[in-house]
Ligand binder design. Structure first.
Ligand SMILES: *Cc1c(COP(=O)(O)O)cnc(C)c1O
Length: 817
């Protein structure tokens, strides 16, 4: 390693203790003996931040001077989780911190827990962005995460007396927040509205109003790489008179809007990631952060140059579009190049298409973002002109290549007709170099179905990068016991930056001594979770039961309904003696899930799960045999506690609907066995861990398509399987609603008449496979052997590997020297 990338210098416990005290005294003004856990948390974080500062500055310097192209990861969401412990791990300061905090008379875990989790994402997509910037820094690739610093993150979920979800605002920023550094001197101006005029033969945008985009920088420390990248989240402000003078206000700037109105733009995270939000404010957010980020990248890579040679821009940085939310960046870069730097269309287009790449995260056609051309024209008139320009040239290209009218209509970026719409996924596909899906199956289905015409027209653009998760957070931090055992088994901790080394555990699955140790780790994690659940939720959890978990956003396609129907069926079977008491394998089922506030069916499902839990947990007939718990507010913190304690995890979406999933990877890496369908990354997990170590059930994508084509009638399945019939009857007869038959009527009606995601059709095979699961669980040695093989063969699902694939297939760059 070179001098610049030398690992951070070690800090003694005494020194770090003094640094914490110094922060307490000179930054916070609190005496050591009066300091609370939260005070210590802030002081320690500020001290850690100082230790990262040198590496942060050298990384930025090397990035700007360096020969290596940088990556700009554009994402409307970054679901980071708590920062302090992650920074300590990457600095090699975990133990120093624990000792220093104890020396100050505090409990390390209490200090860690004082951090408020920034919830700047909805679920998988936002967490993926966080894992990716961790891996970029750990591999040493210069990168920016670019996004939005929402004032209110994802809502805090509570349950009311009836078990219904209540959304509480998450005003997370109203706490001491030592990680974000607001940098007023690197602000950008973002314009909106107005009109476009012809001036001296040039198109000139005369915007109506403008806001100030102020960057808030978060350090992203790499694990043992000596590199620290930047997550730059933009916050919207108004300009004041002083700013206007200072920035030498240009003619091409819209009127200043009042503070409150400006700040509205970055006030809330949109609470949905799988259905489009036809909201003007959301488009404002998207343009706001993307325009600021593009201007920022030009500032960073061409410092002080008024006439930069932007034909080199694609050699300096490439932008990855995390879903369609940042796709307005394509016409924005075109506008900047043509209107601000005088490039002609063709040059601007060549630069733009070499700069952007697009990751598609869905298959559901209704989840592909579409904006009305009227709205874009209103808010961003110059961009709408450029989008039409892109569309017209693309249509010409299609005509020349012999496409027929029907095909051209299917592929237009701007639809024809009275109320034209802009299809953002199509704009991204045409305006960038590569399009990737997020798992093998998903990428194949994109080519075969969702973007079929485009993959035929641009066969070389399409590729796959299977998602991954960072082993630093989801193994080392979340599961220190298993991490220690792995390090013992492998004789090294290098697996944390080279996760394929986990394969070295495979032979140990045959070593009874190791298997027993592994079983003890799981057992200890279960006890630890039982204590955590008791303390934070008041649940009595019995660690002598199988821990069976389904945690993820609540969505019909993910099929929490399938799980709860199977639970009800099991409950009925125990209660009416269909299974004898001796044959019952005691299970505790955990759910965790937030529903989008406007998603009625999802919220009703939450209510049902809570009430099934209430009835089962209070029924003496099933005491000790079946329990259901639904801790509120599933977030990264809860994931880090629950996943390591789980023995069986549920990945039971309808085949062809989950693009990849990343929860599935976290569980496999933590030694849970999966019961799942052939969907998303489940397919690849099963291939790697071995079919015999994965509980597969349910229809395949082809069978699902065939059944849709034939005509699906759920009622037939209800009639055919008495277990299913009984479970649904219990929901409809008021068993879980104090006798009220109306409460769940909309759910029952949907199951029996529509059931778009074919929950009923998959019920029987799902119920059948439970006895196979329970038989294996009776043999604890064998179960744990298979769990070890899951860990050993899941190294591929490190986000480091995903990033290596992006580097090779899409970004064509690498680490700094
Ligand atoms: C990993 C993760 C997700 C994604 O889970 P899936 O099962 O892949 O949908 C969502 N939320 C949180 C808090 C996570 O950690």
């Amino acid at each position: 390693m070179t001098e610049q990338t030398a690992p951070h210098t070690p800090v003694s416990v005494e020194q770090f203790t003094d640094e914490i005290k110094e922060q307490l005294t000179y930054t916070q003004g609190v005496t050591t003996d009066l300091a609370t856990d939260a005070d210590i948390y802030v002081a320690a974080s500020l001290a850690v931040r100082k230790h990262l500062m040198d590496s942060w500055m050298t990384t930025q310097r090397d990035m700007v001077q360096g020969s290596t192209k940088a990556v700009g990861y554009l994402s409307a969401e970054f679901l980071m989780g708590k920062q302090l412990r992650n920074a300590l791990l990457n600095l090699g300061m975990l133990e120093t911190f624990d000792d220093a905090v104890r020396a100050l008379g505090h409990e390390p875990n209490a200090v860690i827990d004082a951090e408020v989790e920034p919830g700047l994402g909805n679920g998988g997509l936002g967490r993926l962005a966080a894992c990716f910037i961790d891996s970029l820094a750990s591999i040493g690739v210069p990168a920016f995460g670019y996004g939005i610093q929402y004032k209110y993150g994802i809502f805090r979920q509570e349950f009311d007396e009836e078990g219904r979800q209540v959304e509480r605002p998450d005003y997370w920023i109203n706490n001491d927040e030592p990680w974000g550094h607001i940098d007023y001197n690197r602000s950008q101006t973002v314009n909106f509205g107005g009109s476009v005029e012809e001036v001296d033969g040039k198109r000139v945008w005369k915007p109506d109003w403008a806001v100030r985009a102020v960057p808030v920088d978060y350090m992203v420390p790499g694990y043992k790489s000596g590199r620290v990248n930047t997550l730059r989240l933009w916050t919207a402000r108004s300009f004041d008179e002083f700013d206007l003078a200072a920035f030498n206000r240009s003619d091409y700037m819209g009127a200043v809007v009042p503070q409150v109105e400006a700040e509205n733009i970055t006030k809330i995270l949109y609470p949905e990631d799988s259905t489009p939000q036809g909201k003007r404010l959301r488009l404002e957010q998207q343009y706001f952060f993307v325009a600021a980020s593009i201007a920022d990248a030009i500032r960073v890579f061409y410092p002080g140059e008024s006439k930069p040679d932007l034909t080199t821009f694609p050699d300096k940085i490439c932008f990855q579009l995390n879903d369609t939310h940042p796709v307005i960046g394509i016409p924005e870069l075109m506008r900047v190049l043509m209107d601000e730097y005088d490039y002609d269309w063709d040059t601007a287009w060549s630069i733009t298409t070499r700069t952007f790449n697009y990751t598609c995260h869905t298959l559901l056609p209704e989840a592909l973002e579409v904006w009305s051309a009227g709205l874009i024209g209103d808010l961003l008139p110059r961009h709408m002109e450029i989008i039409r320009g892109i569309n017209d040239r693309f249509v010409d290209e299609l005509k020349e290549s012999g496409s027929d009218d029907a095909q051209i209509d299917r592929m237009r970026i701007v639809t024809a007709g009275d109320n034209p719409q802009v299809r953002m996924a199509y704009l991204a596909t045409v305006g960038g170099s590569h399009v990737n899906g997020v798992a093998e199956l998903h990428s194949q289905l994109l080519k075969d179905m969702t973007l079929r015409d485009f993959s035929e027209h641009y066969p070389d653009k399409f590729t796959n990068v299977t998602n991954g998760v960072t082993p630093r957070r989801f193994m080392r931090l979340a599961n220190p016991r298993l991490s220690a055992l792995i390090t013992e088994g492998l004789g090294t901790d290098r697996w944390l930056s080279d996760l394929e080394l986990l394969q070295g555990l495979a032979p140990l699955a045959q070593d009874d001594e190791f298997v027993r140790k592994f079983a003890q780790v799981k057992r200890d994690n279960k006890v630890a979770f039982a204590n955590f659940a008791k303390e934070h939720y008041g649940f009595e959890v019995n660690p002598d039961t199988m821990f069976n978990t389904m945690v993820k956003r609540l969505h019909e396609y993910k099929r929490q309904s399938l799980k709860i129907l199977a639970v009800i069926s099991r409950y009925a079977a125990i209660k009416n003696g269909t299974v004898s008491a001796d044959d019952v394998l005691p299970r505790t089922i955990f759910f965790g899930a937030k529903a989008a506030p406007g998603y009625y069916m999802a919220k009703l499902t939450i209510q049902l799960i809570n009430n099934v839990a209430r009835v089962i947990n209070n029924d003496p007939d099933v005491q000790g045999k079946l329990a259901v718990h639904f801790p509120e507010n599933y977030n990264i913190r809860l994931a880090q506690h629950l996943i390591p304690a789980t023995e069986l995890d549920e990945q039971i979406s309808q085949a062809g609907k989950e693009a990849s999933g990343t929860g599935n990877m976290k569980f496999a890496l933590n030694g849970a066995l999966t019961v799942g369908t052939l969907d998303g990354a489940n397919v690849e997990i099963r291939e790697r861990v071995g079919a015999e170590n994965f509980f597969l059930f349910g229809m395949t994508v082809d069978e699902v398509e065939a059944l849709y084509a034939k005509g699906y009638s759920p009622a037939a399945y209800y009639e055919a399987d008495p277990r299913l019939k009984q479970a649904i009857d219990m929901v409809s007869n008021g068993t879980f609603s104090n006798g009220d038959r109306n409460t769940y009527a909309p759910l029952v009606a949907d199951w029996l008449t529509k059931d778009y995601f074919m929950t009923l059709a998959d019920f029987s095979t799902y119920a059948d496979i439970q006895s196979e699961i329970e038989d294996l669980y009776q043999d604890q040695m064998e179960w744990n052997r298979r769990a070890i093989l899951n860990v050993a063969n899941s190294g591929y699902f490190s986000s480091d590997r995903s990033i290596e694939d992006y580097l090779e297939r899409i970004w064509h760059t690498g680490p700094l020297a």
